[in-house]
Design a protein around this ligand. Structure first.
Ligand code: DGY
Length: 430
């Protein structure tokens, strides 16, 4: 299994970056790159560093990092650069075509993790010195441009920015959106069973939000004013807070940089306070998303609800309640940890992308989060479940949480030879 994981990562390596899965995702994706670099760090530090440096090379002048960098144009993916038209933004990167949206900011904790894994700390410290200010600038971008009410909680304006693309979380927002019917050719469904992917009508919503952002040349203030999708996402914000913490640790290691450290600490103090007062739902005993456009909490539990554990956000009492919710809704002898959406909900779909399947990156995040809070048994379970699933079916993109579905020739879902499943396996078995 270990050599297969390495082979997948090597096969998905292009000239300076990795693709998540050969035909389905033929470009560089932001949060994929972070998780992939962690896998490379175990056996090829040059690639780990290069993966992140290439991503940061695509950063915009305002600090923004796009969610897809379209390195070499491929006709196996839609929508490509001609649809996204990120070049409409005056500060977009002139070297690389990209999207005009971002993805969970994992880069900060990724570079810290690379440093931790490294056997040559001196060389890795040089890598940190080369990259850290760019990551800081990215965080600055978020707090200056994505937090219109100055709450310390940044918004996402597209479901693709969340990373949890078609989660039932977004259904209530899409219900009132009423986008036009687009004529376009899906490419994803020619690589993967359509039952495991978003619907055609869901894609209309996705494209419509992009068209609105384009009509404002991707101006953040205008997007905040007009985008029909505007959400404070606990997963996205937890990744930012965790990455802030990583940058504090790394700046302390480098020495100097006092004002940046102070800035990061003050962002986190404010963010964590808002996070716990605004995004924690006492009744559900879970963190929930907040629909900023319609000023209402989205009262649904998903794997994102537990991700704040990884960033040290919950109090001990909140953590205990989260565990109660996790084990009562997502646990039990017949289920692998952890479904991406509440298995007790009627919206749970065990095969469809982010509407229920297990994802290895979320399991990885929760494994470390549970460990940090001392829930060692549960941490071990989520880790051994992840390894068992991968051992049984291989390095797919997502997986059924129902143990009864695993027969002799069962497969996973979505793309095959999926890079972050392979990369994070290398970390989990370590
Ligand atoms: C896709 O095309 O499904 C991607 O997840 C978008 O980021």
């Amino acid at each position: 299994m270990k050599s297969k994981a390495i082979q997948i990562l090597n096969d998905n390596w292009r000239d300076g970056y990795s693709v998540p899965s050969k035909n389905l995702y033929p470009y560089q994706w932001l949060w994929d790159s972070g998780f992939i670099a962690i896998g490379f760090a175990y056996y090829d530090m040059d690639k780990a560093e290069k993966e992140i440096e290439t991503l940061l090379d695509a950063q915009w002048e305002n600090g923004f990092i796009p969610h897809i960098v379209f390195h070499k144009i491929s006709d196996s993916y839609f929508p490509g650069p001609n649809f996204h038209r990120a070049d409409l933004h005056p500060l977009s990167n002139k070297k690389y075509p990209s999207t005009g949206m971002t993805q969970p900011p994992v880069t900060g904790f990724t570079i810290e993790k690379i440093y931790e894994i490294s056997k040559d700390k001196k060389a890795s410290l040089n890598f940190i010195k080369r990259t850290i200010d760019k990551v800081f600038k990215n965080h600055e971008y978020f707090y200056y441009n994505r937090d219109p009410k100055n709450e310390g909680l940044v918004y996402i304006y597209h479901n693709w920015e969340s990373g949890t693309d078609n989660s039932p979380l977004w259904d209530s927002i899409f219900e009132t959106m009423n986008p036009p019917v687009y004529t376009f050719e899906r490419r994803d469904t020619s690589h993967v069973n359509p039952e495991e992917r978003p619907t055609q009508r869901e894609y209309d919503h996705y494209l419509h939000i992009i068209d609105i952002a384009k009509s404002y040349n991707y101006d953040d203030a205008k997007i905040a004013e007009h985008s029909p999708f505007l959400v404070q996402d606990p997963l996205f914000n937890a990744m930012l807070i965790k990455s802030n913490k990583a940058l504090i640790n790394l700046y302390q290691l480098i020495g100097g940089n006092e004002s940046k450290i102070e800035q990061l600490k003050s962002w986190n103090a404010k963010s964590i306070a808002s996070f716990n007062s605004k995004l924690y739902n006492k009744k559900l005993k879970a963190y929930v998303h907040y629909d900023l456009r319609n000023e209402r909490p989205i009262k649904l539990v998903s794997s994102s609800s537990f991700s704040p554990l990884y960033a040290g956000i919950p109090t001990k009492e909140q953590a205990a309640e989260l565990i109660e919710t996790m084990t009562s809704k997502f646990g039990g002898d017949s289920m692998y940890l952890l479904a991406s959406f509440d298995p007790t909900s009627e919206k749970f779909n065990p095969k469809k992308y982010w509407r229920g399947p297990v994802w290895i990156n979320l399991n990885w995040i929760l494994y470390y989060g549970l460990q940090d809070y001392g829930y060692n048994d549960l941490a071990q379970q989520i880790k051994s479940d992840s390894i068992e699933i991968l051992d049984k079916v291989g390095f797919y993109e997502y997986f059924d949480a129902r143990k009864s579905e695993y027969k002799k020739d069962s497969k996973g879902y979505g793309g095959g030879d999926f890079s972050w499943s392979a990369a994070l396996y290398l970390d989990l078995i370590n």
